[in-house]
Design a protein around this ligand. Sequence first.
Ligand SMILES: Cc1cc2nc3c(=O)[nH]c(=O)nc-3n(C[C@H](O)[C@H](O)[C@H](O)COP(=O)(O)O)c2cc1C
Length: 126
Amino acid sequence: MLERLLYRSQATHKLGSLHLFTLLARARERNLRLGITGHLLYLDERFVQCIEGPPSSIETLWQRLQVDDRHFNLELLARGPLEARRFPDWTMAFSSYASFRRFSLPGFFPIDEQGMNEFTERCVRT
Ligand SMILES: Cc1cc2nc3c(=O)[nH]c(=O)nc-3n(C[C@H](O)[C@H](O)[C@H](O)COP(=O)(O)O)c2cc1C
């Protein structure tokens, strides 16, 4: 059985790219162990994250996310069972400003002027 959880939050500081990439690299390592896949959007000092995996792993991560002081005002947008993963190939795909392209980050997807791309749409779809 699989569960999906979608939330948004506000970044505590204007996170520098180095902090963001460190967060992402660690998240990907843990997600691999927890069987979690998903997508993270960072835009205008806000996050929108979609996590999917075994319900126990989702609960563990959700508890940690809520006490992580790198973001606040967490708002749960959706949570429920999922038939098939939307991001089977990504321990955490990452979408943000096209200017981040210069870092050649694996699993990075630039957003358009509306803050969207194929991944952000897949993440928020009901
Ligand atoms: C916006 C945001 C997204 C995060 N995404 C993940 C994630 O996908 N997987 C993960 O393990 N940790 C993620 N973290 C980090 C967790 O909040 C937490 O620091 C991490 O799981 C380690 O928890 P621990 O220090 O209690 O072991 C994220 C943190 C933030 C601020």
